[in-house]
Ligand binder design. Sequence first.
Ligand SMILES: [Zn+2]
Ligand SMILES: [Zn+2]
Length: 251
Amino acid sequence: MRLTILGSGTNIHPTRAASGYLVRTDQTILLDFGPRTLTNLLKTGVNRHRITHILFSHYHADHFSDFITYFFDAMIFTKYQGGKRPPLTVIGPRGTKKFFRALFATLPGFTHAPFAVHFKEVADRAFTIGKTTVIPRTVIHTQNLHCLGYRIEYGGKALAYSGDSQYCDSLVRLCGDVDLAVLDCSFPASRPSPVHLHAGQCGQVAREAGVGRLVLSHFYPITERYNVREQAGEAFGGKIVVARDLMTIKL
Ligand SMILES: [Zn+2]
Ligand SMILES: [Zn+2]
């Protein structure tokens, strides 16, 4: 299994794309699709028209907005450029179907794509895509919003992605004994937010869950001024990686 970080920043960031990750197993799966991550996806050399599954943690714009550009491009490719692509399955938390129904009804042409599109709502129940197992788990982010973290297992390895999350038991369970956990490190320990983890809590989750390697990601611009590796390392003695866009990690 390989993880490529398409975006390790947030909505507006001077040097990083927002949230997006490419996971390669027997499948090519996207986890979130925030602004500027599509440009980074092109740089990986992966054929964007072969992507069959996109998993969303939630629909804050920093995790979602490049989907619109991606889908519009897929329509032009298949409608006017003679291109073919496999069906696309979009998976996300409660509200996914309603959200895309409204979006597709509003954006010109989106309901007339010449390829199949499926929407699937998931919550806390494992499913498989080919030989890849996906385990979504509800995490706590902002009030009244269903947000998911994802655990992906393939070839005897496991990775966890927090999406956006506060510290919560379900996040620790999601990350239990994974080889690699990518956690929401929006803020430094000294500038915490009520709706995101900070660097110290990322270390705490990694320690409590028995994570192999911890990847700190989803940085707000202010966080660049702090040593998040050191802050996470106060709680977690294992390997810590500070995410960079287009970094690929093998599991
Ligand atoms: Zn969010
Ligand atoms: Zn976010």
